[in-house]
Design a protein around this ligand. Structure first.
Ligand code: GUN
Length: 281
């Protein structure tokens, strides 16, 4: 079977071209979408993500600012910074890059961002509305994956979907989105005993494990759609996914590459939701 590439980079470019027009229309009305990203500490991967977010936000015309805070910052100081942004009318979206240093309570930080400015969909109000099936701001990575599947006309209804990973950012919301589109969902994780057997039954497999090239061809049901959320570094320092793409080629019907698959879609949905906050203001 020929395996097709789910080209997230290309779809992201198409969607961002449309976003430029949306921002232009807002600017004509004197409304400039503002996104502020808070980065705490020196985590290398986070620095790369944040730089990409800033660059692409500016490309579509969003006014973006990055606040860099030291690893040693106290929790209260961070909460105070967020409160300032909550009150700033030029800021429509606030994003605190995760992970945070261990001495800071992540959930406390996420619920301090006003839910109307939460562009990540991580505030309990937005998570709750999403769980209930109400209109809400959504976690950007699984939302971007749904857009990618939709763009390639991949049918979800009635399919067996296996999500490997149970994080609040990816695994849990991914499972919920696929369920809301009528997939039958299974969530696997580090304690799952029969991962390979489960994977071999999956029509849609989402790998959000964090272990480079763990998913090889023998895990894949012929014709399956394989989505790779992994962002790992190989021994040589190369960016690699959780899926060994070469080994699933010829077995899967579709696979997302790393880089150029899920990553660009995550950022695109962040920009979309930031613009959306202004459009619906
Ligand atoms: N860290 C890894 N992915 C994300 C994300 O989508 N949002 C935030 N805020 N932090 C992250």
């Amino acid at each position: 079977m020929e395996t097709k590439i789910l080209d997230g980079k290309k779809l992201a470019q198409q969607m961002q071209a449309d976003m430029k027009n949306r921002v232009d229309r807002l600017r004509e009305q004197g409304k400039i979408p503002g996104l502020t990203v808070i980065l705490v500490g020196e985590d290398k991967a986070s620095q790369v993500y944040v730089r990409n977010k800033e660059k692409q936000a500016n490309t579509v015309g969003i006014k973006s600012e990055v606040i860099r805070l030291p690893e040693s910052i106290g929790e209260q100081e961070l909460l105070d910074q967020i409160e300032l942004l909550n009150r700033d009318e030029t800021v429509h979206g606030i994003l605190v890059q995760l992970p945070l240093p261990k001495h800071i309570d992540e959930q406390k930080v996420l619920r301090t961002i006003h839910y109307s400015k939460d562009v990540d969909g991580f505030h309990p109000m937005n998570m709750g509305n999403f769980l209930l099936g109400n209109v809400s701001t959504l976690p950007c990575t699984p939302y971007g994956i749904m857009k990618l599947l939709e763009a390639y006309n991949i049918s979800i209804e009635g399919k067996n979907a296996l999500i490997i990973g149970r994080s609040n950012i990816v695994g849990k919301p991914m499972a919920l989105m696929l369920m809301q589109k009528n997939a039958t969902i299974t969530i696997a994780h580090s304690r799952t005993e029969n991962l390979k057997e489960l994977a071999q039954q999956a029509d849609i497999l989402v790998a959000a494990i964090g272990r480079g090239h763990m998913i090889t061809g023998e895990f894949i049901k012929p014709g399956a759609v394989v989505v790779d959320v992994g962002m790992n570094r190989s021994a040589e320092g190369k960016l690699i996914g959780d899926v060994d793409t070469d080994s699933v080629k010829g077995i899967a019907s579709f696979v997302t590459p790393v880089p150029g698959g899920v990553g660009p879609m995550t950022i695109t949905m962040l920009l979309d939701q930031t613009i959306n906050k202004v459009e619906t203001d």
